[in-house]
Design a protein around this ligand. Structure first.
Ligand code: SF4
Length: 750
């Protein structure tokens, strides 16, 4: 920390507002942020900052942000003490659990719940205490197909190969727009700069997308693709590799099972067979495959557009099939596995083999849709609330989620939430979702809590570790979120709102220490758990858990076993982070499949290929389909209450190709009615050839035009909720992920 003449102090902190995890330089006067800059000494981001990072100052100061617990009585909200708020939660939840069982209380975890340290640790404690089958999260509107495909291929749900952008010669991107998103399931500050460096050193960037996004504009080549056909396109590339004898596993030979099966499956997907559906001609597909195979170092990376579609898991799988078949998986410049410092299932115990993953151990009550990683897909949430009978959801706990904006059939879900007997939300805002809550429990200010990106450092393009301590004290009336989550856990487990939170936290940590000393191959295997607990005793809450994870992680000090190793104390002395080096080959150690091999043709995926093959007979008949789009100044619905980010030109518009504008009588600045089976929205039109004919686009996360919120800025720039048009009957059967791209719609002028 540096203190300047006017009492301004300079501190460093990781930005929590997207997956890029940039280092920030914050100028603080008391609790007030006076300036935000990129931290030029940050080991990972080197001074990069996007407009959202600057807005942290405005988020902290936002007068609409909730700072004290709120209780709703009828339509009126009342600020109450924490004791009164938890007593209200206990009065609401306990009788429901007693009368109807634990499944009557559902939990929904939103995306921001993994953007800070306490969330991933203590929501797990809450879910264990709750013991409900009805766990939902934003993962099944976002990324579950990738988690399913990598789980089946490599053994854990976060074994995601990361394109080694800084060393590759050729990068093929599908369904992602890192110039707007800054990367997703790929943690890489200044990803646009890294892509420009790739091109500057003579590499090639190819983008496949139904829109000419900013990333596509900057690429060497852009191929427009019809939404929902990425798996067809990728399979045709695989077909080409086999047909032209371009398959070369390189160092992976001996580590791969199922290659013959993949060749057999690909045989039905010749480029000519998929071209009419994809809208990409066969020669272009063959060329894409040849160039990928010929590049000295290449990687395929795909994201949201390939996940939120009916063949999401197949598309996600084929991305890594291509990385394997071209020998690019696990080699520098290819697609590699991060070796995270803390919390990874790929670094614990003995490597190279594991239990793998299992799905469908139970099914949703109403439609019988299988669970994935313990979650019921969000396409089931509304019906599980609406449908009477044993196991009906009667109460809901949300943590940092706004499913009314982010989930399909939003209007129906909105009505369903209004019908609940009780709802409690942990959230910073009274928004479209939390307005239905009976109690809202706000977390402490961002600067008052410790930060470490447990999730995103598992997906980063370099191995790094970076900790941000709390920079300000809690204000009177603030409660750390980890304590809120533990108190909720105490209530739902029957210990009651007055339980000893310190004792509960001790119990959590001692369970984790016990597991660490019992884990075969751990750097503390066989040690005395009491001794380890003593060494951790100076800390509490998430910092204590983080210290344990770091010290027992792959770079950890092992509680003295390696005095040079990592601990939280070491990170505290490194405010700009610690660079643990470039990604390095990790196969076979990274694998956790039962076979100890890369499973190139896992049985559930093989079984789903028939569905893809059947879709080849579909024809494109003039139907218009809807896709989403991302904006640099927006992250889902999070940041629409900050004037600095929403001001200027209207961004929630309908992008429509000139041919379709003519066909449907639409013009720029006019209004179009976009309707689907589930709803309709009236939205301002922007005619552009940056979108392919037959496809229209509306960004998601908007629609702030409902009553009962406390979002004064967002309410003034509402936009429309594109998820009114998304349909809960459309989902990827393997992952349960909602289809948000490729929704059939009708267009008409208003
Ligand atoms: S790119 Fe993401 S992490 Fe970096 S400053 Fe912007 S919002 Fe923050």
């Amino acid at each position: 920390m540096t203190v300047t003449g006017d009492d301004t102090r300079v501190e460093y902190r990781t930005c929590p507002l997207c997956e890029a995890t940039c280092g920030l330089e914050l100028h603080l006067r008391g609790r007030e942020i006076t300036l935000v800059r990129g931290d030029r000494d940050d080991v990972f981001s080197r001074g990069f900052l996007c407009p959202k990072g600057t807005a942290l100052k405005h988020l902290e100061a936002d007068p609409d942000r909730l700072r004290r617990p709120q209780v709703r009585r009828g339509d009126r909200w009342h600020e109450v003490s924490w004791d009164d708020a938890f007593a209200e939660v206990e009065r609401g939840l306990t009788p429901i659990i007693e009368a109807h069982g634990r499944d009557a209380v559902a939990a929904y975890l939103g995306n921001p719940s993994v953007h800070h340290l306490a969330g991933p640790i203590y929501t797990r404690v809450l879910l264990q205490a709750l013991g409900t089958r009805n766990v939902f999260s934003a993962s099944t509107v976002d990324q579950m197909p990738k988690q399913v495909s990598v789980g089946l291929m490599f053994g854990t749900m976060l074994s995601v190969p990361i394109p080694d952008v800084d060393r590759t010669d050729h990068l093929l991107i599908l369904g992602a727009n890192p110039y707007a998103s800054n990367g997703s399931l790929l943690t890489a500050p200044d990803l646009p700069g890294r892509l420009e460096a790739l091109r500057a050193r003579g590499g090639k960037l190819v983008v496949v997308d139904p829109r000419r996004s900013k990333t596509a504009e900057k690429a060497d080549e852009h191929l427009f693709i019809r939404p929902g056909t990425d798996a067809h396109f990728l399979f045709a590339m695989v077909h080409t590799l086999f047909a032209e004898r371009l398959v070369d596993l390189g160092d992976l030979a001996g580590h791969v099972e199922g290659i013959d099966e993949v060749e057999r499956l690909a045989s039905g997907f010749a480029p000519e067979a998929v071209a009419p559906l994809c809208g990409i001609d066969a020669d272009a597909i063959r060329r894409a495959a040849r160039e990928l195979a010929a590049a000295p170092r290449a990687a395929v990376y795909a994201r949201i557009g390939t996940c939120t579609q009916e063949f999401g898991t197949l598309a996600s799988w084929l991305v890594d099939v291509l990385n394997v078949l071209t020998g690019n998986l696990d080699r520098p410049g290819g697609a590699m596995f991060t070796k995270p410092a803390a919390g990874s299932a790929t670094t614990g115990g003995r490597g190279g083999v594991g239990r793998g993953v299992k799905f469908g151990r139970r099914h949703s009550r109403v439609r019988g849709i299988p669970e994935v990683y313990g979650e019921i897909p969000v396409v089931c949430l509304a019906e599980e609330i609406e449908t009477p009978g044993e196991g009906q959801i009667r109460a809901l706990i949300t943590v940092a989620g706004n499913p009314v904006l982010s989930n399909p059939e939003a209007a129906r879900l909105d009505r369903a939430l209004a019908s609940l007997d009780f709802m409690v939300s942990v959230d910073i805002y009274r928004n479209e979702t939390t307005r239905h809550a009976d109690v809202i429990l706000p977390p402490e200010a961002e600067l008052a809590r410790a930060h470490y990106d447990l999730a995103f450092y598992q997906l980063s393009v370099r191995n790094i570790s970076r900790y941000s301590p709390p920079l300000v004290d809690l204000e009177p009336g603030e409660l750390p979120e980890w304590q809120t989550l533990l108190r909720l856990a105490a209530i739902v487990s029957g210990q009651g709102a007055g339980a000893d939170i310190g004792a509960l936290d001790d119990f959590v940590v001692s369970g984790l220490v016990d597991r660490a000393v019992q884990r075969e191959g751990s750097n503390v295997e066989g040690r005395d758990a009491t001794e380890l607990l003593k060494e951790l005793a100076s800390r509490q809450g998430p910092e204590r858990v983080l210290d344990l994870m770091l010290r027992t992680g792959p770079y950890g000090d092992g509680f003295g076993a390696d005095p040079e190793g990592l601990s939280l104390e070491v990170l505290e002395a490194a405010p700009h982070g610690i660079d643990l080096g470039p990604l390095e080959p990790r196969i076979p150690d990274v694998l956790r499949t039962p076979s100890g091999k890369i499973e190139l043709a896992p049985e559930p995926i093989v079984a789903d290929v028939d569905r893809l093959r059947e879709s080849l007979s579909r024809t494109v008949n003039g139907q218009v389909v809807l896709v989403g789009r991302r904006d640099l100044r927006s992250n889902n619905s999070w940041m629409h209450n900050l004037e600095i980010l929403v001001k200027g030109k209207e961004r929630c518009t309908l992008h429509v190709h000139p041919d379709d504008a003519d066909r449907f009588g639409l013009e720029t600045g006019g209004t179009a009615r976009v309707s689907s089976r589930t709803g309709a929205v009236d939205v301002i039109v922007e005619v552009t050839d940056a979108i392919m004919p037959g496809v229209v686009s509306i960004p998601h996360g908007w629609g702030h035009d409902v009553d009962g919120m406390q979002l004064s800025v967002a309410s003034g720039r509402p936009g429309v909720n594109s998820n009114l048009l998304a349909d809960t009957t459309l989902f990827d059967p393997l992952s349960g992920n909602a289809v948000l791209n490729g929704i059939p719609v009708e267009l008409a002028p208003v």
